[in-house]
Design a binder for this molecule. Structure first.
Ligand code: TRP
Length: 334
């Protein structure tokens, strides 16, 4: 039997290349080998967007289309919407007895998110909500509701997985072996640098290249990419390892062409503008099949709805089964 994989994404915006290389490539590999559940985590998205329900609503469709466009195959992967699985909310309540408030405050992912969201949670996190503080508990419910053995996530999510493992261990030690202990699967490329040279590509960092960007937007962003600062003139010799354009060529440019880029850059016979233009055209080429698939789903929104409906139905069955076992273990199966 195939091992079970569970992962989730917050529907708060379109996917960018950081998501694609950091997570998407891993999903594409795993979808053939595992029984894969993919949660559109709308309830979790609301924990820091409770005042913006439109945004979450719209991005459920957007995110699903993005995932389908990169080639996630709905015949292999069970897409579902978190809020349609009330069992997750129930489990969250049960698990909340097994977590101390101070442990949640110490969670590094929660801490760093709170410090980034001052307008919502105050300068020192003094206005943090109960819901946001508790989202690691709800994430533990996401994972265990589907008996996820493997959880593919970026390294920023490791503290959440650690907290989930603690909850599982505690639950099993009090109520008897019931829940599956999950393990993380770290992607090889967890982090893609921004075109501005920042260690991370992120929407909030303003340096993201989205899968849905138009040719014009891609051109504009690549044209402003950071190159070797020591190269002033077109024919100066440069160090490609100090250049974000070369860094991106490594992601999008075929090997033989890449060797030429590197050689010419070092020899000083390659201008940055033409080098950027070449990269732009390779990114656009790379996006061709992704755009084609996206257009298909945009033109057939009912198909997207059907994928979500069918996946959600299957997910409901799985979660129901878990809840039955949990309630039995907790002696609340009257
Ligand atoms: N916290 C994850 C993120 O922000 C999303 C998520 C929700 C998730 N539920 C999950 C990830 C379960 C892994 C497993 O990206």
């Amino acid at each position: 039997m195939k091992k079970r994989v569970l992962t989730g994404l917050r529907p708060t915006g379109n996917l960018h290349f950081g998501h694609y290389f950091g997570a998407g490539v891993n999903y594409l590999k795993m979808q053939d080998e595992y029984d894969f559940y993919l949660e559109i985590a709308d309830v979790q998205a609301l924990t820091d967007n409770f005042n913006n329900p439109e945004k979450v609503y719209e991005n459920v469709f957007e995110l699903t289309c993005d995932l389908l466009s990169i080639g996630i195959d709905p015949s292999k992967v069970c897409f579902f919407i978190q809020s349609k699985i009330p069992e997750i909310a129930e489990l969250t309540v049960f698990y909340s007895n097994l977590v101390t408030v101070s442990r949640l405050f110490r969670n590094p992912t929660v801490k760093s998110e709170v410090s980034q969201k001052k307008e919502l949670f105050g300068n020192n996190g003094e206005s943090i909500t109960y819901g946001f503080l508790g989202y690691p508990v709800s994430q533990a419910a996401d994972i265990t509701a589907f008996s996820g053995e493997y959880v593919p996530v970026g390294d920023d999510q490791l503290p959440l997985l650690e907290q989930c493992r603690e909850i599982v261990k505690k639950f099993n030690s009090i109520y008897g072996e019931t829940l599956v202990l999950p393990q993380q699967v770290l992607s090889k490329n967890t982090r893609i640098k921004g075109l501005d040279g920042n260690e991370k590509m992120g929407k909030s960092l303003g340096n993201a290249l989205f899968l849905t960007d138009s040719d014009e937007v891609i051109s504009k962003k690549v044209m402003s990419a950071v190159t070797d600062p020591d190269k002033i003139h077109k024919d100066d010799k440069a160090n490609p390892d100090k250049c974000m354009v070369y860094y991106y060529h490594k992601l999008f440019t075929p090997k033989d062409e890449l060797d030429v880029v590197c050689r010419e850059c070092k020899a000083g016979c390659r201008g940055c503008v033409s080098c950027k233009k070449e990269l732009i055209s390779n990114i656009i080429k790379f996006l061709e099949p992704i755009r084609e698939r996206r257009k298909y789903y945009e033109d057939n929104p009912n198909e997207v709805r059907k994928i979500l409906d069918e996946g959600t139905k299957k997910a409901q069955e799985t979660a129901k089964e878990t809840l039955k076992n949990v309630k039995k273990a907790m002696k609340i199966d009257y």
